[in-house]
Each structure stands twice: as structure tokens, then as C-alpha cells.
Design a protein around this ligand. Structure first.
Ligand code: NAX
Length: 332
């Protein structure tokens, strides 16, 4: 019964940005935590974006969402993460022209370290953290290592947009409905080194690469299309993916909350314990099955041929380089 459930607190960082705008209304309408779960939205922004955020809050009021118990807006991470069960870390410092990747990593390290500590200090016991702000995997690792009191398996970086993109491309090529494409893994980093795995994916239950029957297309068109999709959207729209990113984040949270159906899996970037030879501690995109109680297992034993192993190595190497660039932020 909606009237009797205790509200859950959901924190969105960068709430005044374009993904935030696509996300907030859907969460307030019940699409994140269900149609009978009241929510308190806790919206974190930096000072220059507070005015625009107040405009969004006016719009939220004007929706009269029955599930929206309260809205908190703040520039203080200690306030933002208070009692929070779901921390959606969307805000990040964008890459400016002429900025080196290392500078971007370090600038974001300064954001995600303190946010990790604020989560550890103030969040609810059942906290789950989903990181979208780029470079998402490494930002997530920084937040996780800054919050040693929180179990590491509560931290996820988002590869779901890449998973959805990959499924859509395979469905189009095979001429099937997107729901028929399952078991899609995005290995590694949410970056151009990611490896969307059409060889372990399935279409109508059969190996996707066999159904497609065109290895050259898979290697030379499918993989780069998924890797470069974000850049193509920017080229066309003049702005980065926002509707699809917010949608992917909602999908991701729903996948973490539910038991993964049948023998399917989903893609989540979780802390590596060395699975598939990936260096321990990296936040790495893996095939994952969730148990419906907030826990998950990485799917092990998938076949990776020499081509796939090379791809995994390359994306792991990039994540190691990112880790080296932010060494000073790793640890509470
Ligand atoms: P916007 O620039 O529209 O919004 C970001 C917001 O974050 C801004 O309002 C800014 O004021 C705020 N912000 C900056 N520093 C902050 C801080 N310290 N605390 C709180 N808020 C802060 O970007 P948007 O298009 O919404 O994208 C957000 C992030 O998602 C970017 O880093 C982007 O690269 C990343 N993406 C990640 C994706 C993924 O699949 N993992 C895909 C989509 C997206 O590109």
C-alpha cells in the first residue's frame, strides 16, 4: 500500500544538468523504485546551477506526483547523501577543450573522493551507488575506495547505455525485436576501449554471432558503432546523450533490484576480484546476474577467443592507466 511504505531517499548529483532533467521526473513518477514506493529526492548541485535547479523543482511541484514525499536541494554533499538508499552520481566536471585526460581524471577525483566519504558518513545502511559521471569507472572506484565502511559490491559504474546500444544494433542487423537480444556484455571501461561482446550474446537463444553470420560486420562495424555511439549522438544533436542515458540508469537500477530473469545477464561495472584475468580492484564491466535481494554474481566461465582476450586486455590497460593517474585519491 503506497500510503504505508516509508519513503526512500534517492540522491541525484548534477541534478541540474541535462541527464538530471531527464531523470528526475521519471523517478518522481515511480519508474525507478516502483509505483507504490514514495521517494524523497535529494538533489546536489554546484552553486552556479542552483537557479536552474530551482526551476526544475518548480516543475516537479507542478506535476503533483503522489509518490514524491519531499525534495531537498543542496550544494553540500553531507546533506545530499543523508539517509540515501540510492546514490545516482551523475554530476561530473566536463572535459574542456585543450584539457588532458589526466587533468580530467584528477579534477573528477576531487569530486568523487569527498562524495564517497559523505556517502560513508551519511547514507542509509542499504545504500547502493550508481556512477554515470565520466570517466565513470574510475570515478566509481575513487568513490568506493573513499568509503571503505561501505561494502565494495554496493558500487556500480554504468555500462547499461552501451548494453542497450549494442542490443539495438544487433536487433536491427538481425531484423528481430530488441527483446530477442539477450546476454549482452560490455566488458571493461565505459569508453572507446569497451568491448561489446556479440559472441557470448544471444539472439532468440542462439549465439548472436551465428545468427548474424557476418564476422567482418561484427568486428569492423558493430564494435566501433557501439564504442563511438556517444560521439555520433553529439554530432547529430549538438549535445550528448541525455534521454537514453537517463533511461539506461533507470534500467540499471531496476536490474540491480530485480532477480535477473532465466539465464540472461546484464552489464554492470563492478569491482574486479581478478575474474577473467582483470587486475583486482578495477571497476570493470562484466556480465552480472542479480539475485533480487541486492546481491549479484559475476558470470564466470564464458568463452573468450584470442580476439576477445585482446580487447579485454586493452580496456583493462586503459583502466589501469586511469587508476595510475588518480593514485592520490585512492583511499579514505
Ligand atoms: P551536464 O553538464 O548537462 O550536467 C552535469 C551537471 O553536473 C551540471 O549541472 C553541473 O553543474 C553538475 N556538477 C558538476 N560538478 C558537480 C559537483 N561537484 N557536484 C554536483 N554537481 C556537479 O552533463 P550531462 O549531460 O547531464 O552528463 C553528466 C555526466 O554523465 C557527464 O560526465 C557525462 O560525460 C556522463 N555520461 C555518462 C554516460 C555513461 O554511460 N556512463 C553516458 C551519458 C553521459 O555522457
Amino acid at each position: 500500500m503506497s500510503a504505508t511504505k516509508k519513503p526512500l531517499h534517492v540522491t541525484i548529483t548534477g541534478a541540474g544538468g541535462q541527464i538530471g532533467y531527464q531523470l528526475i521526473f521519471r523517478i518522481a513518477s515511480g519508474q525507478l523504485l516502483g509505483p507504490d514506493q514514495p521517494v524523497v529526492l535529494r538533489l546536489l548541485e554546484i552553486e552556479p546551477a542552483m537557479k536552474a535547479l530551482q526551476g526544475t523543482v518548480m516543475e516537479l511541484d507542478d506535476c503533483a506526483f503522489p509518490l514524491l514525499s519531499d525534495i531537498v536541494t543542496t550544494t553540500d554533499a553531507n546533506v545530499a547523501f543523508k539517509d540515501c538508499s540510492w546514490a545516482l552520481l551523475v554530476g561530473a566536471f566536463p572535459r574542456k577543450q585543450g584539457m588532458e585526460r589526466k587533468d580530467l581524471l584528477q579534477t573528477n577525483g576531487k569530486i568523487f573522493g569527498p562524495q564517497g566519504r559523505a556517502i560513508a558518513a551519511h547514507a542509509a545502511k542499504d545504500i547502493r551507488v550508481c556512477v554515470v559521471g565520466n570517466p565513470a569507472n574510475t570515478n566509481c572506484m575513487i568513490a568506493r575506495l573513499s568509503a571503505p565502511e561501505v561494502p565494495p559490491e554496493r558500487f556500480f559504474a554504468m555500462t547499461r547505455l552501451d548494453e542497450n546500444r549494442a542490443k539495438a544494433q544487433l536487433a536491427k542487423k538481425a531484423g528481430v525485436a530488441v527483446k530477442d537480444v539477450t546476454n549482452m556484455t560490455i566488458w571493461g571501461n565505459h569508453s572507446a576501449t569497451q568491448f561489446p561482446d556479440a559472441w557470448n550474446a544471444r539472439i532468440g537463444g542462439k549465439p548472436a554471432h551465428q545468427v548474424i553470420g557476418d564476422e567482418a560486420w561484427l568486428r569492423e562495424t558493430f564494435i566501433p558503432t557501439v564504442q563511438q555511439r556517444g560521439a555520433k549522438v553529439i554530432e547529430a544533436r549538438g549535445a550528448s546523450s541525455a534521454g537514453s542515458a537517463a533511461n539506461a540508469l533507470i534500467d540499471m537500477v531496476n536490474s540491480i533490484r530485480a532477480k535477473t530473469p532465466g539465464d540472461d545477464w546484464t552489464s554492470l561495472a563492478v569491482p574486479s576480484r581478478g575474474e577473467y584475468g582483470v587486475p583486482e580492484g578495477l571497476q570493470f564491466g562484466y556480465p552480472v546476474r542479480c539475485d533480487g535481494n541486492g546481491g549479484y554474481k559475476i558470470v564466470e566461465g564464458l568463452k573468450l577467443d584470442a580476439f576477445a582476450q585482446e580487447k579485454l586486455k586493452a580496456t583493462a590497460k586503459e583502466l589501469e592507466e586511469e587508476r595510475d593517474a588518480v593514485k592520490q585519491f585512492l583511499g579514505a
